[in-house]
Design a binder for this molecule. Structure first.
Ligand code: FHN
Length: 564
């Protein structure tokens, strides 16, 4: 796997010799791991509000910054956390060493705003990193570049609504590098340095590159994500202004799109909030497993987040959900671990993974006549349903037809192993399901993000899941229209909503134009990933999705109309 580095990282006689990026071998343990535990924890768990973001919002700043004086998680047990991750089938654990609120979960020589100065008085990172190593879990840390607490960091709250009276960014940068030196030297080796909080104005690409090189020189095997720089991208393959983009991409609260030329990892909460929140909504086993499978099918990892309680325990219901995932992975994990994504790209149907001469199909939804897949240039020598039942397989012409009896179609994921007459890696990735009749057609919209054609309506009708139509921040209502070029009869529409930050669309209607005006043929509320709508055949040339209410600027990856 070629790790493409921005030109500015390549050796040049003017700049200092950059530290080398991690070797492909160092990335391999992580790519093969596929599944990790994210942990957002700190004194804010006493309030049950969001870490960092509730400081100065639901919780007055002064009150938030005093919480550490009451932080005494006496039931914290690093071994229990490590064993929970292991039982879940997770291979690495990423803990917030310091979030945007500035509180440090280790014994830092650079500040008293750390866990040693709480009633608890124990070094959480020392205990947890040791426990992880005992359980064979790779220990990693999340570290926020922005620090709304530290007097030298210029901004004091989300969006810089409050400013520090006498900031000193150079001094803060030294503090940041000093603490990272502590973490790597005293608690390492670390698997990953998961940076965050890079988006604010005080941070810049030069500091990012310097920090990347600093950490890499301390431990050359460490993997560093794209949020060390201004390179956070929505995996459209471009980075803002050529900024530095670290070693891998980090789509958040959504499954990344298929991408097998640069590593990526979706970070998603098992509940709704990153930090612990009483009675937060817990994701179902179905959503958790299908999210993991779809990440692996897209050639990415899943970092699934838990928010431990103020007493130090991970909520029992979250532990149980993770145990259920672990039980499934014990039986079928070989279809995910150490595989690569594809060759069939993920979709509403499911996903596929591959290793050696095998393809693993993960079928979430069975079409009536069985799953029809595009042909591949390898002969399938056998097919076996790992989840049980006999596989009916037809390979010929332009397709591969796969089915199992209704009684063996699993409610969450039917796993089928196809054995080939050669390596699966050479098969080019391909979409499943015909191209829609809206692909490539004229599209228009009531609003486009900063009038940037890179986010125009056509991006939702190009059959490319890596591009999207986007609207301006704060947009609550919008429409996107497709001109099919001539009247067509269609009975199925699939809408794939881009979901960074959750499902934004709250209500919509699907309409066709009958020459006089727009007529509604389908209504709905939230949409999400690859949502399919079926209805009695409609014949029309112009079709639109009319968004009546959205929480934030609606954005679609694909708006697909399928002729009957
Ligand atoms: O603001 C943080 C948020 O609290 C959380 O830590 C997520 C995890 O990826 N990152 C930032 C939002 O992008």
């Amino acid at each position: 796997m070629l790790l493409v580095l921005p030109l500015r990282l390549l050796a040049s006689d003017s700049s200092p010799q950059p530290a080398a990026p991690p070797s492909p071998a160092n990335l391999e343990w992580w790519r093969e791991a596929r599944f990790g535990m994210f942990v957002h924890w700190g004194p804010v768990s006493l309030k049950g509000t969001e870490i960092g973001w509730s400081r100065g919002a639901e919780v007055p700043e002064a009150e938030y910054d005093r919480l550490f004086r009451h932080f005494n998680p006496t039931r914290f047990d690093g071994r229990a956390w490590a064993r929970t991750a292991k039982a879940a089938g997770m291979k690495y654990l990423v803990l917030t060493s310091k979030h945007h609120d500035g509180f440090c979960l280790w014994d830092s020589q650079y500040t008293d705003y750390d866990v040693m100065n709480t009633p608890f008085g124990r070094d959480v990172i020392r205990e947890l990193s040791a426990a992880c190593r005992k359980e064979g879990i790779v220990f990693c840390t999340y570290h926020s570049i922005c620090d709304w607490w530290h007097p030298d960091y210029p901004l004091g709250s989300p969006g810089g609504k409050s400013q520090k009276p006498a900031p000193n960014m150079d001094r803060y940068n030294a503090y940041l590098k000093g603490q990272l030196t502590e973490l790597i030297r005293n608690y390492g080796p670390l698997g990953i340095l998961w940076f965050d909080g890079e988006w604010e104005s005080p941070w810049n690409p030069d500091r990012a590159l310097d920090l990347y090189q600093h950490c890499r020189r301390l431990q050359d095997s460490i993997i560093i994500n794209n949020r060390v720089g201004k390179g956070r991208q929505d995996m459209a393959g471009t980075t803002a202004g050529g900024a530095f983009a670290g070693d891998y991409d980090t789509p958040e609260q959504r499954v990344g799109k298929f991408q097998n030329d640069r590593p990526w990892e979706s970070c998603i909460t098992i509940c709704q909030q990153w930090a612990w929140k009483p009675d937060d909504q817990l994701k179902s086993l179905r959503e958790c497993l299908q999210t993991l499978v779809t990440c692996a099918g897209g050639d990415g990892n899943l970092l699934l987040n838990v928010g431990p309680m103020p007493d130090g325990r991970i909520e029992p219901r979250q532990v149980e959900r993770l145990r259920e995932m672990g039980r499934w992975l014990k039986r079928y994990g070989k279809s995910l671990y150490a595989t690569r994504g594809g060759p069939y790209k993920p979709g509403a149907w499911g996903a596929s993974t591959r290793r050696g001469g095998r393809i693993y199909l993960h079928v979430f939804r069975w079409p009536d006549g069985g799953l029809r897949l595009p042909a591949i240039d390898r002969k399938i020598t056998s097919a076996r349903a790992l989840t049980g039942g006999r596989v009916q397989l037809e390979q010929g012409g332009d397709r591969v037809l796969v089915s199992v009896s209704a009684g063996h179609r699993q409610p969450i994921d039917t796993v089928i192993e196809l054995r080939l007459d050669g390596p699966a890696a050479t098969i080019a990735p391909r979409q499943v399901g015909g191209t829609s009749s809206s692909t490539g057609k004229e599209a228009s919209a009531s609003n486009v993000f900063q009038n940037d054609t890179g986010y125009g309506a056509g991006m939702a009708c190009d059959g490319d899941a890596a591009t999207r139509w986007a609207t301006d921040a704060g947009t609550r209502q919008a429409w996107i229209e497709v001109d099919l070029g001539k009247p067509e009869t269609f009975s199925r529409v699939v809408v794939d909503e881009w979901q960074d930050g959750g499902k934004r669309i709250q209500s919509f209607e699907l309409q066709y134009h009958d020459g006089d005006g727009w007529k509604t043929f389908c209504r709905g509320t939230t949409i999400g990933s690859e949502r399919e709508y079926k209805f009695p055949g409609v014949t029309a040339r112009r079709v639109r999705l009319n968004i009546l209410d959205a929480t934030e600027g609606p954005t679609l990856t694909e708006f697909s109309i399928f002729r009957e």
